[in-house]
Structure formats: structure tokens, C-alpha cells
Design a binder for this molecule. Structure first.
Ligand code: AKB
Length: 313
């Protein structure tokens, strides 16, 4: 029988797609979706759904016990752009939420945790091309600081208490089933919607701002592959680099133009450009490849074609 799984922050960009995939794999009765508010997204129409504020540790424990949960995917967090506007709350949510879940595993109530980190753990002093797994970090955003601290706490809980917590440093994520919210890389989803509805898009990043991004099917595949890997294969216990696809706004707009020739991009730079500038251009994910056999499927071309096909439907 499959382990019972709880997704916290299930209605967000990653949570929605992860929920659908886990339900397909393990059955609806084994996957509990939770979020701080309810949703009218049809993906959750038949879901076992719990309202949960991850900062409420009593409520979290009740839900975990009620459903006999053994695995938790903790996806509730403030992303980079929102965190700059609400630094106190971002720190509270991103850190206390993590502690509440880590402590459940420390107390042997749950067995396994997935917690997402981000390319935001890197900073302006990090080598920005092909950024290695282990390198200078020094993030300059509230979100990046919280993710780097979180990574270190995951490693600490693994080493001190044997907590089986696994993590990926996600690049910006691109998908058609759910929308991102509050991130710096959100343009990479908005651009498709605007290309289809208006044939134009105004981008808040510079045209040559290269960032690592990843198509959602690859991100979900990596997440589940890491969670299913044998324990001894998971050698990195802070968080794994994943490369994704590196491109600039100019490059993705050229790719979209191949499908929508009238598409035009223009630029109005805002504060998110500075955040993006502090992040790597591209990532080295050799550790993920070697440790648990990671191999990504999508290129810029195949991702753009698939996104437009699905959004156009
Ligand atoms: C953001 O832009 O804040 C996120 C991330 C890269 O972690 N998408």
C-alpha cells in the first residue's frame, strides 16, 4: 500500500501539478491536498482537501494523525518578489513552516519530507555560468536568505536526528496547468498567456537576462524521482542543483515568434530585474545526474511548442 502523502500549499504552481501526478500514481485516497484557503480549481474537485495554515503546528499534527500521513511535500512559501515586500512574514512563513514539518519527522510521526529550495540561494558573488553544486552562496534577497537557511536546517536535521528530508533547488518553473505567484521568474509563464491573448508582452526583466528555467513535467518528474530514490543514493542533504533550460526574454520571445509571427515583446524594467541579476545564468546538475540518475527531457524548443499547444487548446 502506498504511503499516505500530504501536500501543503497544494493549490500553488508546483502543488497543483504534483497533486495530479501523485493521485495518478497512488490513488486519490492516498494523497491529501491542503492549503490556507479553498480553491475552485477543478483539479481539486474530488480531492481529499484540508484547510491548513502550516504555521499552526497543532492543526498540522491533527491532520497528519487523522490521515495517518507518512510523507509531506511542504510547498507553502512566499516567493522572491513578494518576500521583498513582506520580509518579516516571508521569514516567518518560510522558516517556521519548515520547522513545524521537520519536527514531525524528528518525533517519528512522519517518515519523509520534500522541501523545495531555489536558485535564489545563490548571489551576485556566485560564479554565474554553470553554477556548481557547492560554491559561494551569499544570497541578497529575503527569499534567498530563507532558502539558504532552510537548506542548512534540512542538513542539520538529517545529520542530528536522521530526518529523511530531500530537496531540489528549483529554477524558474513553467507550466500551463497552474499559475505562479510572487516570483521573479513569473514572466516565463505570463509571456505565453499574453502571446496567445494579445500577441504582445511587456517584460519586467532586461532582454538579455539569462535565467535557468524548467518545464513543469521535468520538475515534477525530478521531484518524484528524488523522493523515490533509495535513501543511500541521496547524498546531498542540503539541496540538489537542477539545470533546467537557460534562456533570456529575448530568446524565448524569438522562439514564440516561430509559432505566433505577429508576437512582439517590449521592456519595462522593475525591481525584479535586480533580483534576477543576483541569480545564476545557468546551473550544473552533475550531482543529481550521478546520485539518482537525473536526466531532463525538455529543451527550449520542445517546451515552447508544448506550452503553446496546450494553452491554445
Ligand atoms: C521565484 O522567482 O521567486 C521562484 C524561484 C526561482 O524560486 N520562481
Amino acid at each position: 500500500m502506498a504511503n499516505k502523502t500530504l501536500i501543503i500549499g497544494a493549490t500553488g504552481q508546483i502543488g497543483t501539478e504534483l497533486y495530479l501526478t501523485l493521485v495518478e500514481k497512488h490513488g486519490r485516497e492516498n494523497v491529501i491536498a491542503s492549503d490556507i484557503r479553498s480553491t475552485d480549481n477543478s483539479a481539486f474537485a474530488k480531492a481529499k482537501f484540508e484547510m491548513l495554515d502550516v504555521l499552526d503546528s497543532d492543526q498540522l499534527l491533527k491532520i497528519v494523525q487523522k490521515h495517518d500521513i507518512k510523507e509531506v511535500y511542504l510547498l507553502a512559501a512566499l516567493l522572491s518578489a513578494t518576500a521583498e515586500k513582506k520580509p518579516d512574514f516571508a521569514w516567518k512563513l518560510n522558516m517556521e513552516g519548515l520547522f513545524n514539518v521537520l519536527n514531525l519527522a524528528k518525533d517519528k510521526i512522519i517518515d519523509k519530507i520534500f522541501w523545495p529550495s531555489s536558485i535564489a540561494v545563490f548571489g551576485p558573488n556566485t560564479p554565474s555560468d554553470n553554477t556548481p553544486q557547492e560554491t559561494i552562496m551569499q544570497p541578497t534577497t529575503v527569499y534567498g536568505i530563507s532558502k539558504l537557511a532552510g537548506e542548512q536546517w534540512c542538513q542539520y536535521y538529517f545529520e542530528q536526528y536522521g530526518v529523511d528530508v530531500r530537496s531540489i533547488r528549483y529554477p524558474g518553473l513553467i507550466g500551463y496547468k497552474s499559475a505562479p505567484g510572487g516570483g521573479t521568474t513569473d514572466y516565463d509563464v505570463d509571456i505565453f498567456h499574453k502571446a496567445i491573448s494579445e500577441s504582445k508582452y511587456t517584460c519586467f526583466l532586461e532582454q538579455d537576462m539569462a535565467l535557468p528555467m524548467m518545464y513543469m513535467p521535468d520538475a515534477i518528474k525530478a521531484t518524484i524521482q528524488l523522493m523515490e530514490a533509495a535513501k543511500e543514493k541521496v547524498k546531498v542533504r542540503n539541496s540538489y542543483n537542477l539545470a533546467g533550460i537557460s534562456f533570456t526574454p529575448d530568446q524565448i520571445s524569438t522562439e514564440i515568434t516561430k509559432h505566433i509571427p505577429e508576437f512582439k515583446i517590449s521592456y519595462e524594467i522593475d525591481f525584479r530585474n535586480k533580483i534576477a541579476k543576483s541569480w545564476p545564468n545557468s546551473i550544473d546538475d552533475t550531482f543529481a545526474q550521478k546520485d539518482w540518475g537525473w536526466k531532463q527531457a525538455y529543451s527550449l524548443e520542445s517546451m515552447v511548442t508544448d506550452m503553446l499547444n496546450n494553452l491554445g487548446k
